[in-house]
Design a binder for this molecule. Sequence first.
Ligand code: KG4
Ligand code: ZN
Length: 347
Amino acid sequence: MAIILAIETSCDETAVAIVKNRNVLSGVVASQIPAHQVYGGVVPELASRQHLALINPCVAQALTESQRTWSEIDAVAATAAPGLVGSLMVGVTAAKTLAMLHAKPFLGIHHLEGHIYASYLSQPELMPPFLCLLVSGGHTSLIHVRGCGHYEQLGTTRDDAAGEAFDKVARLLGLGYPGGPAIDRAAQQGNPQAFALPEGRISLPEGGYHPYDSSFSGLKTAMLRLIQQLQAKSNGPLPVNDLAASFQETVGRSLAQKTIRCALDHGLTTIAIGGGVAANSRLRHHLQALAQEKDLKVYFPPLKLCTDNAAMIACAAAEHYDQGDRSSLTLGVQSRLPIQSVQQLYL
Ligand code: KG4
Ligand code: ZN
């Protein structure tokens, strides 16, 4: 069973983990949220510089906590795509350097594949094929998982990612960054039926709607207009809790409906979810209720495995390592790479 040290620096968490197959021996996540909070969102240049300052201490801590030495590590992995280029470069360069220094193989990993493997870490009985709903600050994807390295993206977003929509609407409501948890908290005190909002469906040229793709820009604009109308009507405080609850209800319901429909259409009876938005209480509620109705099984990993971490990258790397995949030390980073193309990362 392979022991992998993996680095994840695709956005605003500097993370290092050591995993033996599907067992986490150590996992360090240094969050940069406080550094970016003052700017109301992630500042790419600041993220790269923070990764640079944090990477070596995180590697040292992960090794100490795992109680392993370099002689026991089989390979070094790092997220190579997709993500912020400057941030990815820090992790990939560190991993390649460590691989060279300790004469270990290097593996570049696709970030979304890592999110899929987070489900395997928390649910060892999970087996492909299944449908994975990935909803984070950067992605909204429905992925048919056939096996390691074999994925088909069945649905995506045409504009903002789900988490991005939460963050932008939270800003409109004055709820701060990151917006998802703030909206979820405010919504607990609000009425989800207070305002009717558009679901952001994608029209097809032949009529009807795309069944699995999403769009959040129309919903975001509808929220802005609604807030402006409410402000024009009254000088009093905005009904923030009702607005948050109505927005969250619309996103949660529509994502859950698309996921269930996609699973049924493709004959998949198991669903796994991942990414920060997978923590959302209404999305979880609707998915659970609809899945039960249709006799489907849904796996909800714990939040610490939904948000960015390196254990999920190490877990994906362990399976690639076992099937003989290795990356070149000249592998570059890519800001975008479809998940269908993961094999491009290997020799
Ligand atoms: O997976 P993640 O940690 O990082 C990315 O890969 O982007 O996801 C972060 C996103 C943020 O947009 C945050 O607002 C959102 O996940 N988020 C939530 C909740 N918790 C985090 N969105 C809705 N409801 C939540 N409870
Ligand atoms: Zn992520």
